[in-house]
Design a protein around this ligand. Structure first.
Ligand code: SF4
Length: 395
């Protein structure tokens, strides 16, 4: 999933008193007039139609004299990617622009809050106890501008459920404006230990909602240690049961690291006996971001060293007919008998391969590496030969 940072741009002119604007980008010369008043026209070359709320000028482009005095933003080259249908936040008072949504991206993710009631050892977005309620207001404005044919959007945090009623408001807005778009919410699930909250979410009846909830062990104390919160495991498990009781689909997420792989097989057995009703289990390789870097000695284990545990867990879940996927895994470190569960999960713009991968016959199927693999990666990466691949396919 992507969350794009703010970047500096030059506002040549902005309407007085406007400190923040959420706009959809258009390149359509024939855009109906009433829509133009709420959109930004991207000027590259060719005619520039009148009536848009903003004009975004690519490097080298100019605004015709007839439109001088209209709100005008000069984009540096790094904004080459901006295209028709994208949604931007413009902040003239700070000379900042941020892409909130990119129509061409396969994953668009919205951070709802930086607050969290867990403090996970490997948190990629370290929590901050700040009042960031304005973020929800901004997303409520952005949702109607998003292409309704978008396949999926995600909500992340922090912990989105700390927003309470406002999270429900966002889910309702997604159902209204984007009824064909899948909505994936990453949450620790603890707030749903209160059945009333789970019931209210279920009652919205979003047509394609999935909650991704981490469970790190079959033992409460290990899970609570990983998330650094006493009592979290109990609340999370009760939350999962309540959500399912009210018809909300659940994905269990397990990040694979030194603290979780030791009992991975037992966790798979626990899920297949007690939470057989979940809709998906994602077993996810570690991304070295945020707190993970500071806690790397507690977390890092070479994936080659948990190869057997991963295979056992996948086989247990598959035998129980639970849908299971492996994310962020390098195939040469993964038992070939479970390659069919591995997904190319790392977004294109983050995905990398190492010089050691050269000549690998399964590169087009392998998730590869996050850029953060520069901090630590296995020293057992070996290209898979075509012969080996053919033999495995025949197994
Ligand atoms: S050598 Fe590289 S591309 Fe091939 S399986 Fe290993 S990590 Fe993937």
């Amino acid at each position: 999933m992507i969350t794009l940072g703010s970047r500096q741009v030059k506002f040549v002119y902005a309407p007085e008193g406007v400190t923040r604007a959420i706009v959809r980008v258009s390149t359509d010369q024939r855009r109906p007039l009433p829509l133009r008043r709420r959109e930004a026209f991207l000027v590259k070359c060719g005619d520039v139609p009148p009536g848009f709320a903003w004009y975004l000028l690519a490097p080298g482009a100019t605004l015709p004299a007839a439109l001088s005095g209209f709100p005008e933003v000069w984009l540096p080259e790094e904004f080459d990617y901006i295209a028709d249908g994208d949604v931007l936040r413009l902040m003239p008072d700070r000379s900042e622009l941020r892409a909130l949504y990119r129509r061409s991206a396969t994953h668009n993710s919205f951070l709802l809050t930086e607050r969290c009631n867990n403090y996970c050892l490997m948190c990629s977005q370290p929590p901050r106890d700040v009042n960031d309620d304005w973020i929800v207001d901004e997303i409520i404005q952005a949702l109607p501008l998003i292409d309704p044919d978008t396949t999926e959007i995600g909500f992340t945090g922090g912990e989105p459920t700390l927003l309470g009623e406002r999270l429900l408001e966002l889910v309702r807005a997604c159902k209204s404006y984007l009824p064909r778009t899948a909505l994936h919410v990453l949450t620790n699930g603890r707030s749903f230990a209160k059945e009333d909250f789970a019931e209210r979410l279920g009652r919205i009846g979003h047509p394609d909602l999935m909650l991704g909830i981490p469970v790190y062990s079959d033992l409460a104390h290990i899970h609570d240690y990983v998330v650094q919160a006493d009592g979290a495991y109990d609340e999370t498990i009760r939350g999962i049961i309540n959500l399912k009781r009210h018809g909300v689909r659940i994905e269990i997420r397990v990040v694979l690291h030194k603290q979780t792989v030791g009992r991975l097989a037992e966790l798979a057995s626990f899920l297949s006996r007690n939470l057989l009703f979940v809709d998906h289990v994602a077993l996810m390789g570690l991304e070295i971001m945020g707190f993970t870097r500071a806690n790397l000695d507690k977390l890092w284990i070479d994936p080659a060293d948990y190869r057997t545990e991963l295979r056992q867990a996948v086989q247990t879940l598959d035998r129980a007919r639970i849908r299971v996927s492996i994310y962020n895994a390098q195939l040469c470190l993964t038992d070939p008998s479970i390659w069919r569960f591995a997904r190319r999960s790392i977004s294109d713009w983050k995905q990398e391969y190492l010089p050691a991968c050269e000549g690998c016959s399964v590169m087009d199927r392998c998730a590869g590496f996050f850029a953060s693999a520069k901090y630590r990666h296995s020293d057992r990466i070996r290209p898979v030969s075509a012969t080996h691949q053919t033999l495995e396919a025949q197994r």
